[in-house]
Design a binder for this molecule. Structure first.
Ligand code: FES
Length: 157
């Protein structure tokens, strides 16, 4: 555990400087994405490095990486210093394939939407977007039909 420093920041200061709400900072801390120490008055104090960690979290969230994935990746960051350029390169490399998958999903969604526009059939068999009983959800999770389209597109089929 790190010791208190005079330069440590209060939760209000971190919120103001990072643009992240205090409640979100508490949530990040609960998820162990950031860490604080308590001062004599039992108030949270953050090392200034926390601002860099929050930047990484915000950047990852901006491109759609889930907090769980961010949490897994950030667990490998050193806790005694701010994440640096090479740390960020490692993290972003790790997320690259996931981003490519998301892009393919969005492309498939766009293509499917354009075939649905003006159609209105909402056919369970034919429409890739409509699935009222979530029949495929019994054995699968997520947008199964859409994922199949993405796989087809990826394999050139
Ligand atoms: S609404 Fe007809 S195919 Fe989607």
């Amino acid at each position: 555990m790190s010791k208190l420093k005079k330069t440590d920041l209060s939760v209000g200061n971190v919120a103001k400087r990072s643009g992240v709400a205090v409640s979100a900072l508490h949530f990040y801390e609960e998820k162990q994405l950031i860490h604080s120490v308590r001062n004599a008055g039992n108030q949270r104090r953050y090392n200034r490095d926390v601002l860099r960690r929050i930047s990484v979290i915000k950047a990852a969230q901006k491109v759609g990486i889930t907090l769980n994935k961010i949490q897994q990746a950030m667990a490998f960051l050193p806790s005694n210093r701010a994440p640096n350029k090479s740390d960020w390169q490692l993290l972003s490399k790790q997320w690259n394939e996931e981003l490519n998958h998301k892009i393919r999903e969005l492309e498939a969604l766009r293509d499917n939407l354009s075939s649905c526009i003006g159609c209105g059939c909402l056919s369970l068999k034919k429409c890739p977007l409509y699935n009222p009983q979530d029949e495929l959800g019994i054995d699968n999770s997520g947008a199964v039909l859409l994922e199949e389209k993405v796989m087809e597109a990826s394999s050139g089929g």
